[in-house]
Design a protein around this ligand. Sequence first.
Ligand code: IDP
Ligand code: MG
Length: 153
Amino acid sequence: MEQTLVLLKPSCIQRCLVGQVITRIQQRGIIISALKMMQLDEKILREHYAHLVDKPFFPSLAASMMASPVIAMVLSGVDIVEVFRKMTGVTNGRKAEPGTLRGDFCMSGQANIIHASDSVENAKIEIARFFRPEEIFDYAPATLQFLYGDGEA
Ligand code: IDP
Ligand code: MG
C-alpha cells in the first residue's frame, strides 16, 4: 500500500489540535503505520525544506518548525499521497477550502498546522528522512476488508 509522510507542526501541537487531526485521519479509513514526537533542528529542516532555503522567510519558517516538538507520522492507503494532499488543502490556510484540514483549522500561510508529502517519490525520501525502517509497522487493521472493496487494496 502507498505511504506518505505527515508532520503535525508546532502550530498544531500548541493549539491542541492533534486529537482532531488524528480523528479526521482515522475516520477517513487511513492507516497510521508510524507515529512519534520529535524535536526538529536546523539540519533536518534545511533538507526537508531544501526548495525554500533561499527564500527570505526561511529563517522564520525554520524557527516556527522548531518552536516545539512535532508529531511525525507515516500514513498508508491506496493513492494516499494524492488523497492526503487533498485532505490537507492548499498551503495558505486562508485560501484552503473548508473541509480540508488547513481550511478548517488555520488562518496562516506559515503556521498551517500540517505537512504532507507532495509526490510518491518525495514521500519515499521524506519517510526515510524521519523514520528508521523498524519504526514503521506493517500490520493489517481488523477493519481492512471494510475499508476497501474486493481487489482495491
Ligand atoms: P506545502 O506545505 O503546502 O507543501 P510548500 O510550498 O512546500 O507548501 O512550503 C512549505 C511550508 O513553508 C509551508 O507549509 C509553510 O509553512 C511555509 N511557507 C510556504 N510559503 C511561505 C511564505 O510565503 N511565507 C511563509 N511561510 C511559507
Ligand atoms: Mg511542500
